[in-house]
Ligand binder design. Structure first.
Ligand code: HEM
Length: 137
């Protein structure tokens, strides 16, 4: 078995489930009904973990390339922009989920809903950027 393909595939498995988590858990926290604060906290932890997993597995793709080729993936133009968008979303998503866990008890219901809207928007943006990274690299 080709070890490089195996390493990429296993990293992609983690990355795909991380993507499903940051999108799915944020949407579930917001719709179809308002959940209790306790359940929303659990979902916020899931989303926080999901963003960390995305950053780590995303970096893992680069590490595999360096391990097998001695250099990071050769990407240009739109692919680089898409990657930067994903990194920015991961940082912002992590910080927003962390802020939610730390401070949301003091926020209004509207403020909490806006935070979830923000997490959904960041996840959707990163997922969209993933398609551009994939097909412009
Ligand atoms: C620091 C953050 C991230 C980094 C460094 C990163 C990096 C990467 C890399 C290098 C690939 C492989 C691209 C290729 O096949 O040529 C990839 C694929 C992918 N990423 Fe990320 N990513 C990050 C965050 C995210 C996030 C937040 C999401 C979704 C919410 C996401 C969703 C995906 C998906 C769905 C793919 C597979 C695309 C496909 O093959 O069709 N990534 N990512």
């Amino acid at each position: 078995m080709d070890m490089q393909n195996l390493a990429y595939a296993l990293t992609q498995v983690v990355h795909n489930f991380g993507a499903a988590t940051v999108v799915g858990a944020a949407v579930f926290a917001r719709w179809p009904q308002s959940l209790s604060p306790e359940i929303r906290r659990i979902l916020a932890w899931l989303v926080l973990t999901g963003w960390m997993v995305q950053a780590a597995s995303g970096a893992g793709f680069g590490a595999i390339s360096i391990a097998f080729y001695g250099r990071p993936p050769d990407i240009h133009g739109i692919a680089v922009a898409a990657l930067l968008v994903k990194v920015a979303c991961a940082i912002a998503g992590f910080l927003l989920a962390a802020a939610y866990l730390r401070f949301s008890a003091r926020w209004t219901d509207g403020g909490r809903d806006r935070a979830w809207n923000g997490l959904i928007a960041l996840a959707a943006t990163a997922l969209t950027a993933a398609a551009f990274l994939r097909w412009f690299s």
